[in-house]
Design a protein around this ligand. Structure first.
Ligand SMILES: O=C(O)CCC(=O)C(=O)O
Ligand SMILES: [Fe+2]
Length: 370
């Protein structure tokens, strides 16, 4: 922790006055713990990294892949593009994905209506210890509070997960979605959209399997009773964007994430070649896809789950909707045997997805010392 400010360029040092002012402003927005929020940002070094890297480089973006096959584009070409993107970036955008625009638009509009309500209305569908699904504005990424509010949903209703993280406990529990009274169209809009996300996720899984030299359906058996999740995210505009992150740097722990973002921008990906934060520029109607920790393990590190974060904007609020594709709770996640050789031994030992999920700890898979 000490020496935090040594590496911050002089002109960007934060004055005591600014910090004081920021605390006051934050106090008006955040319902609890504003001081803790800022102090965490300052002392965990995230602020340092935000300042040093500024708003991220615009130069080269993640690959944009057209999913439609035609006379001029074969399935082999498409599979090659997916494989390259997974290997070099862990992130890509897709167009011609088959998700009807109206289905997405209906949910985006319902999401805006939901978040525009007074806090007390949203708190009526607040998540609690019994049911983790619902509304909250207190998400932590690596113990630092994110500048956003969220409505969490399960994809399968109900979704079955272990009752506790304890290995000896075989009990299961069902997670059930909560629905707000307003807007009344949210439920139908979500259920239609979730079906489209499942279809797209399976299509992407097949392409990824093929790109690893495996049969198209090699991974589908892990998802019969999948534990996929969905978030409606709202990032309010932030008066002091340099002191806050919408989501701190993290990796996604599921198999695959499919994200819809609006036209504001703010998502940044850590480029594998040089560790630079790169903007994911909003592309109308496109989806952003990233490989999660599970595909990293299945592929035995051929594909890596890549760090990303969300910057906040001083003027504009931002909305996004990630779909997290997760396997069945009883799946043991381990490198696929076809991808293990004497020269390339397993880099991970098996872990139970459901138990991992129940502990809700990120990036916690067990790397062997090889
Ligand atoms: O809102 C975004 O752009 C990304 C959010 C994200 O990375 C996450 O929820 O895991
Ligand atoms: Fe993420």
């Amino acid at each position: 922790m000490s020496g935090l400010f040594w590496e911050v360029p002089k002109e960007q040092k934060i004055s005591r006055f600014n910090v004081h002012l920021s605390r006051l402003i934050l106090h008006n927005f955040v319902t609890t713990g504003p001081i803790l929020y800022l102090e965490n940002r300052l002392f965990q070094g995230l602020t340092k990294s935000t300042l040093r890297h500024g708003r991220g480089t615009e130069a080269e973006g993640i690959p944009l892949i057209n999913l439609s096959i035609s006379n001029s584009k074969s399935i082999e070409t498409l599979v090659g593009e997916i494989g390259d993107a997974c290997k070099n970036w862990g992130f890509f955008q897709v167009i011609n994905h088959g998700v009807p625009f109206e289905t997405r638009e209906k949910l985006e509009s319902a999401s805006r209506k939901f978040f525009a309500q007074a806090t007390e209305e949203k708190l009526k569908v607040r998540r609690d210890e019994v049911n983790p699904l619902g509304y909250y504005d207190t998400e932590l990424t690596k113990n630092v509070r994110d500048w956003k509010e969220v409505f969490d949903l399960a994809v399968k209703n109900p979704t079955v997960i272990p009752a506790s993280p304890e290995a000896a406990d075989n009990g299961l529990r069902e997670l059930v979605n909560r629905w707000p009274e307003y807007p009344s169209e949210l439920r139908v809009a979500y259920e239609e959209y979730a079906k489209e996300m499942e279809k797209l996720a399976y299509k992407l899984l097949e392409l990824i399997s093929l790109s690893l030299g495996l049969p198209a359906n090699r991974l589908s058996g892990f998802f019969n009773n999948h534990t996929s999740f969905f978030k409606l995210n709202h990032y309010p505009s932030c008066p002091i964007p340099n002191l806050a992150l919408g989501v701190g740097p993290h990796k996604d722990d599921g198999a695959l994430t499919i994200l819809a973002q609006d036209d504001v921008g703010g998502l940044q990906v850590k480029r594998k070649t040089d560790g630079e934060w790169v903007q994911v520029r909003p592309t109308p109607h496109a989806y952003i896809v990233n490989v999660g920790d599970i595909i990293q393990v299945w592929s035995n590190d051929r594909y890596e789950s890549v760090e990303h974060r969300v910057m906040v904007n001083s003027e504009k609020e931002r909305f996004s909707m990630p779909f997290f594709l997760n396997p069945d709770h009883n799946v043991m996640v381990e490198p696929l045997e076809e991808l293990i050789t004497e020269q390339n031994p397993a880099k991970y030992r098996a872990y139970n997805w459901g138990k991992f999920f129940a502990t809700r700890k990120r990036s916690n898979f067990k790397k062997l010392g090889v």
